[in-house]
Design a protein around this ligand. Structure first.
Ligand code: FES
Length: 174
């Protein structure tokens, strides 16, 4: 490389980083560009932050699967003192054949923060392991712990030797 070529390269490199030689319009163009980029970045960040808020204010339509009837199984499969967690449509549900012979069914979603509850045979109660919520196995009412309200009931009946589960009221939230 000749001395003249080296000088040209040096001059070119210096011109790329020498902001002092920029004309006012070049400075303005750079500021406009940077301002636009910051604006676009801010808009994207605002959209990301607004998504959860908007879905909270206008939740999407429920995709819950609703059913009117479910045959759980033969009565003989559930002797007194047993229970079964199952799905009623898309909701978790709980069937209990109490030691006294009565049958009960509930939406098994804890009213506190939505964990799935279980029947405790030894204590004859419905228990939520997340925070210790306890419910009455006959009524679904809260007995202890943080749940603000009882469990939603389902109807459990025996039809032709089978346990059949239905919503408490036709069309009611299960
Ligand atoms: S979610 Fe059941 S007690 Fe908290």
């Amino acid at each position: 490389m000749t001395t003249q070529q080296e000088e040209q390269v040096t001059t070119t490199n210096t011109a790329e980083v020498d902001y002092a030689t920029e004309t006012p319009s070049e400075v303005m163009n750079r500021r406009v560009f940077m301002g636009s980029m910051i604006g676009i970045f801010g808009a994207v960040m605002a959209a990301v932050a607004a998504g959860p808020l908007l879905s909270y204010l206008w939740p999407p339509k429920s995709t819950a699967i609703k059913i009117d009837k479910l045959v759980l199984g033969k009565v003989a499969e559930f002797p007194a003192g047993t229970s079964k967690n199952f799905k009623f449509g898309s909701i978790p549900a709980l069937f209990i054949h109490s030691p006294d012979g009565s049958m009960h069914a509930f939406n098994a979603t804890c009213s506190h923060l939505g964990c799935t509850v279980q029947y405790q045979t030894a204590k004859n109660n419905i228990y939520c392991a997340c925070h210790g919520g306890t419910y009455d196995p006959a009524t679904g009412n809260v007995v202890a712990g943080p749940p603000p309200e009882g469990l939603h009931k389902l109807l459990a009946s025996v039809e032709a030797g089978e346990i059949v589960i239905r919503p408490e009221k036709a069309g009611a939230k299960a």
